[in-house]
Design a protein around this ligand. Structure first.
Ligand code: DGJ
Length: 730
């Protein structure tokens, strides 16, 4: 069928008359539209992504832009002097593609419309499908590519980006996350300059420690929180990634996003389908804040964080309280003390397993998932019974993807680890940790069975902390054949996803945390299977303000595990008040990471009262709309953020004094996201025992005033903080 003179519209909320305009494909969400130009027999063109337009305005975009549109998915072959999204080697050695539009189809899902543009090579039987899922209740479009062919032998995929977008040059800035272990998710903001900007990762196992596969692209100069046109792009992939911005003398920055092609040539057999990960795209002309809120909603409501609509328990994790000393009496004591201040879940971290080798430190036993009866004479069930006695749920730590070479598992199955034939193993944590070969279905079964057995034998386990502490250090699989060794980086993560899908099918109600040796698994590649992730192994409240701020660019608060730990902090040595530590942790899923019995009587009283208050504000914090008010990265000595519910009837405001110098000006705090016409009553929360709430407690102030002129937040000194709940009273 000729596509010329046809409109394909994916605006499911609009009943659209088919009217003629030249092969345009309009993909729309409530407030945004993406416009492609798909003429049968020509290449696919990317014309527009921005504010929503309707069919009658398509030609106006073309008129206004003087027809400037670029190839939507450039493949290596035609313009070989320009960067490409896809590069292949055909069975006969030919390295080029020349793709033309064959077909455009749309299907309707309950909350979205999916548009599929089929392209095929003009000579070779090689097909590319470009998929676009446009939600009709969130400004979010998911895009991904699928490849298949009918050539005589394998086609080798050399590059396989999920998406490409040309972005008009004009003072364009990008904001992305970078960091390291214990310092994850700092925000990097930079202007796109001539040359190639690459954001990539080659850890192999985790992709959240260093750079992140998420970016915001501000089109109107330096990024602003509440103004300016901003694109967001998020790659839903847990493995290596590459984001590229090619800037040259042409009119556009070319933005590519997908799995990393490094050492990853992929052999695609005849009839086999290769699907790239999804890219979640959003656009707003109200700054980065709205881009973040779009992602938060998409994460919670569209299955991109498992059980994203559920409220999470306040939990205590044993790690920083006792490290490997998970002896039963200590566990019992922690549970008792935590229950007494209102805790809801107790999680036993690393150290509980090992028989021949005992997990007394990180130098052995990983992989031997049997209870260490010297530490836990009554086993896991004994702990579950104690938790139940105190009215707590129970959770447990595992690290299923790895083993330590000093383990019974390694002695039995040395071929189950990723290893390079003829070479010594490169060893990770504890001088012996290596990854299991998740490309191997036998290994996938082992991991699935281990988790399944644990959860089946102990139905009282309500929570799993799934850790991942080692990079992919040995690039070799005893399972994959010689010509498919280059599949390891990709097949590892496909294997992991398969295992996680099976676990979720069998155990849908268990809460699971993705931990990657800190924040390494803050990744939309795995979050469809996990309820939350561990933000960082650094629990220092001051540094957490920065890390949590960056994480919130793309991830919702209910997915962010944030724990109050001891002072001095174990990672930085910083001494900060318990209130400050609580106030920082309370902006996400609140927990503790210490022995609560070490708190003084006053501190316990304060913690108990504050946990009770957190439970009251939990629906607003965990499911609300985030407004970032003052960035810690701005160096004002102040950081502040707030949440509102959907009707703006309730809000919770957090403010932190991060530095104190004489003469330092602390600005008045202007709120956001309130209803200007509603009047709000202030209730100060998290007030230390013996202290009085500040002047504003109990006062009633109109939303318009709070957003226009703001209010004074009294801070005494460095590390003082305030939490206010606001309730609409009219
Ligand atoms: C790394 C995690 O991030 C920590 O929270 C803790 O679980 C340790 N691993 C245990 O080995």
């Amino acid at each position: 069928m000729k596509l010329r003179n046809m409109i394909m519209s994916a605006a499911a909320t609009v009943s659209m008359p088919l009217m003629a305009w030249n092969g345009s494909v309009l993909i729309s969400t409530p407030n945004t539209s993406m416009l492609l130009h798909a003429d049968e027999g020509s290449d696919l063109r990317f014309a527009y992504y921005g504010e929503r337009i309707d069919e009658s305005e398509i030609h106006q975009i073309h008129d206004a832009w003087d027809g400037l549109n670029k190839e939507a998915y450039p493949a290596f072959g035609k313009k070989i002097y320009e960067p490409s999204a896809l590069q292949v080697v055909h069975a006969d050695g030919n390295m080029t593609l020349d793709l033309e539009v064959k077909n455009v189809e749309t299907t309707t899902e309950s909350d979205a419309t999916v548009t599929v543009v089929t392209l095929a090579d003009k000579v070779y039987p090689f097909t590319v499908k470009l998929n676009y899922r446009a939600y009709n209740d969130i400004d979010l479009i998911e895009s991904w590519a699928t490849y298949s062919h009918n050539e005589k032998k394998d086609v080798v995929l050399q590059r396989f980006d999920s998406f490409q977008m040309p972005i008009r040059q004009n003072d364009v800035w990008i904001s992305h996350l970078y960091g390291s272990w214990a310092a994850e998710c700092a925000v990097a903001t930079e202007q796109l300059m001539p040359g190639v900007k690459v954001i990539s990762n080659i850890d192999g196992a985790r992709n959240g420690h260093l750079s992140h596969p998420e970016v915001m692209i501000s089109l109107d100069g330096k990024p602003q929180e509440n103004s300016g046109r901003v694109y967001g792009a998020v790659l839903c992939w847990s493995g290596n990634f590459k984001l590229r911005f090619h800037t040259d003398f042409r009119d556009v920055h070319k933005f590519f996003i997908g799995m990393n092609d490094e050492a990853s040539a992929y052999h695609l057999a005849r009839g086999e389908v290769f699907e790239t990960p999804r890219v979640a795209l959003t656009y707003s002309n109200h700054g980065m804040g709205e881009v973040s809120r779009n992602y938060h909603r998409w994460a919670r409501e569209k299955g991109n964080v498992y059980n994203g609509g559920k409220l999470h328990d306040v939990l205590l994790n044993s790690w920083e309280g006792v490290y490997y000393d998970v002896y039963e009496p200590k566990m019992d004591e922690m549970m008792r003390d935590f229950a007494s201040i209102g805790g809801e879940m107790f999680v036993m971290d690393d150290g509980w397993f090992g028989d021949k080798y005992r997990r007394t430190d990180d130098r052995k036993a990983l992989g031997d998932w049997v209870v260490d009866t010297q530490k836990l004479p009554n086993g896991i069930q004994g702990l579950i019974n104690t938790a139940t006695k105190y009215g707590l749920k129970f959770g447990i730590w595992i690290e299923p993807e790895a083993l330590h070479i000093k383990s019974e598992l390694y002695e039995k199955h040395p071929d189950w680890v990723l290893n390079v034939k003829g070479r010594d193993l490169n060893l990770g944590r504890g001088d012996g940790e290596v990854l299991l070969d998740l490309c191997n279905p036998e290994v996938q079964d082992f991991i699935y069975n281990m988790v399944d057995t644990l959860l089946t034998n102990y139905p009282g386990i309500a929570y799993i902390k799934w850790d991942a502490n080692v990079e992919l250090k040995n690039y070799g699989s005893s399972y994959l054949p010689a010509d498919k060794q280059s599949h390891i980086y990709i097949d590892y993560h496909r294997g992991l996803a398969d295992v996680l899908k099976r676990i979720r099918a069998a155990h849908p109600d268990v809460v699971m945390q993705a931990c990657g040796g800190g924040g390494g698994r803050a990744s939309y590649g795995v979050m469809p299977y996990f309820d939350e992730f561990w933000v960082s192994d650094n629990t220092d409240a001051l540094q957490r303000i920065f890390m949590q701020w960056g994480t919130s660019y793309f991830y919702p608060s209910n997915a962010m595990a944030q724990h109050v730990s001891a002072s001095p902090n174990h990672q930085t040595g910083r001494v900060v008040p318990l209130k400050f530590r609580f106030d920082v942790a309370m902006t996400g899923r609140l927990g503790m990471e210490m022995q609560p019995g070490t708190m003084s009587k006053e501190e316990r009283e304060y913690a108990s009262k504050t946990i009770a208050e957190y439970k009251q504000i939990r629906p607003v914090v965990q499911q609300g709309n985030l407004y970032r008010l003052v960035s810690p990265f701005d160096g004002k000595g102040l950081a502040s953020l707030m949440y509102t519910d959907d009707r703006a009837d309730r809000a919770v405001v957090f403010a932190y004094r991060m530095a104190n110098f004489n003469n330092m000006l602390i600005p008045r705090l202007r709120l956001a996201g309130l209803d200007p016409d509603k009047t709000y009553e202030f209730h100060e929360l998290s007030v230390p025992v013996g202290s009085k709430p500040s002047h504003i407690d109990g006062k009633r102030i109109k939303g318009a005033i709070l957003m226009d002129t703001g209010f004074e937040v009294p801070f005494e000194r460095e590390y003082s903080s305030r939490v206010y709940e606001l309730k609409a009273v009219n």
